[in-house]
Design a protein around this ligand. Structure first.
Ligand code: SDX
Length: 428
């Protein structure tokens, strides 16, 4: 295979190096393009064909439905690892030894207290506020209480900001939910595992002893692993580009939370449940919603279906669908929504419109069914996605900073008015 790409513009030939990744993906390195062509750039709406960086963290193969974190398959990690192990793997590149795991967890626990003044910020929000907006605000506000988390040029400073956010973020998640429910904002316990502690902070009733349910702990641990990273998706690219200006980690994460909120991205898990509920209210008329999804004049999309990269089954969707069956059976929950989801999936998988466009269920299609069975409110589903994605965002942000990536600043093609003289008000 040639190691160069040749571009001919106005009879002039220009060569650009081809870079080959460890999974034999090929990229054209166009960093000299503007210089050698006198200002020619590229255009690629939505960056469907454009790589923003070289990364060692996550590998996806959309055609084969492959997802690996640092070379380990998502199937093995979901089955064998716990969320904190996967967080360590994504951030530092290797699965931790027992000592490393225990020290990492101890350091996180030691930084898991949130300044009590944060309660005043939460109190200022109306109960109607969407939890993603609250969480994004609180995450950015953490900078004010942890100013040393901004300038993290040293590995030690960076490590401290990493364990701080891994310790404090679950508190913000729990407090965001409980504020809406009118429940006290408490802490869990440092005697618990990471995911057990999250669940206790979210669900402990003030007048009852909290009893862990291993089924729910294991299911949430698996869901968080499945959401932990996904290479250069919308919210991760946001975290990287905000961080590329050397804004602090917490501010960068806050921006990522806002990007994830959108219904085309992480907000889809909430939109899927709302869609399935609407179909249920409509007497389970899935055909009507399939027709709406295919109607170009109707903005409705089949939420939880389709993906920018996967043109095959999202491997996470397979695992979550299986987990949904198991968790609901273990919890003894009968949820008609699950049957509607399966019916919709079967229809879509046999419908020419979806087959031709290679639209398959994605990570968001079944996850909400498990969250609902756990008693998590629908408007908290995307918050749970953010909790899972946190280590991936951190890992990508840290890689961008350690590799000293330049500030992100794309070019454009100007298609507006050319030069024209100013017209005084009386002449307009
Ligand atoms: C996530 O990038 C990531 O990795 C994201 C994520 C992660 O882990 O970070 O995987 C998480 O965001 C998953 C996606 C969740 N979003 C949804 O479920 C919302 C519904 N899906 C779509 O909006 C859409 O599929 C996207 C946004 C996910 C992908 O959109 P693309 O890649 O820009 O594809 P497109 O909009 O160009 O669609 C191609 C065609 C179009 O039809 P034509 O113009 O060719 O006729 O497919 C159609 C689209 O109209 N299409 C759909 C559809 N998704 C695409 N038609 C109906 N229902 C859908 N869901």
């Amino acid at each position: 295979m040639s190691d160069k790409a040749t571009l001919e513009i106005n009879g002039n030939k220009h060569e650009f190096p081809l870079i080959v990744g460890t999974e034999n993906e090929v990229a054209i390195d166009i960093k000299t393009l503007r210089g050698v062509t006198g200002g020619v750039t590229t255009i690629d709406a939505g960056y469907k064909n454009t790589g923003s960086c070289e990364s060692e963290i996550t590998f996806l193969d959309g055609e084969k439905g492959i997802l690996r974190y640092r070379g380990y398959s998502i199937e093995e990690l979901a089955e064998e690892a716990d969320f904190l192990e996967v967080a360590y793997l994504l951030i530092f590149g290797e699965l931790p030894t027992k000592e490393q795991h225990d020290k990492f967890h101890a350091d996180i626990k030691s930084k898991s207290i949130v300044d009590d003044d944060v309660r005043k910020i939460i109190d200022a929000f109306p109960k109607s506020a969407h939890p993603m907006g609250v969480l994004s605000s609180l995450t950015s506000a953490l900078t004010a209480f942890n100013p040393s988390s901004v300038n993290v040029d040293s590995e030690e400073d960076m490590y401290n900001s990493v364990v701080k956010i891994l310790g404090k973020f679950p508190v913000l998640v729990a407090w965001t939910m409980r504020k809406k429910q009118g429940l006290p904002l408490d802490y869990g316990s440092n005697t618990l595992g990471y995911v057990e502690n999250v669940l206790k902070m979210m669900f402990k009733q003030p007048n009852e002893k909290y009893v862990q349910n291993k089924i729910i702990v294991d299911a949430l641990d698996k869901l968080l692993i499945l959401h932990a990273d996904h290479e250069q998706n919308c919210s991760t690219s946001t975290v990287r580009i905000v961080g590329s200006s050397h804004a602090g980690l917490f501010a960068s994460l806050s921006a990522g939370i806002s990007a994830l909120w959108g219904p085309l991205h992480g907000g889809a898990n909430q939109a899927v449940l709302e869609m399935l509920e609407a179909i249920k209210e409509d007497g389970g008329d899935t055909k009507k919603y399939m027709a709406k999804a295919k109607d170009k004049n109707d903005p409705f999309r089949l939420m939880g279906f389709g993906h920018r990269v996967y043109k095959n089954f999202d491997p996470r969707a397979r695992i979550i669908k299986k987990a949904a069956d198991e968790v609901l059976a273990d919890l003894g929950v009968e949820d008609p929504i699950l049957e509607i989801a399966k019916g919709l999936e079967q229809e879509a998988l046999n419908d020419d419109y979806f087959v031709k466009r290679k639209l398959y269920p994605n990570v968001d299609f079944y996850s909400g069914i498990i969250y609902r069975a756990m008693g998590i409110p629908t408007d908290m589903f995307t918050v749970m996605f953010a909790l899972g994605r946190l280590p991936g965002w951190i890992a990508q942000w840290r890689e961008m900073r350690l590799r000293k990536e330049p500030i992100g600043r794309p070019r454009q093609l100007y298609v507006g008015e050319t030069l024209r003289p100013f017209k005084k008000l009386e002449k307009r």
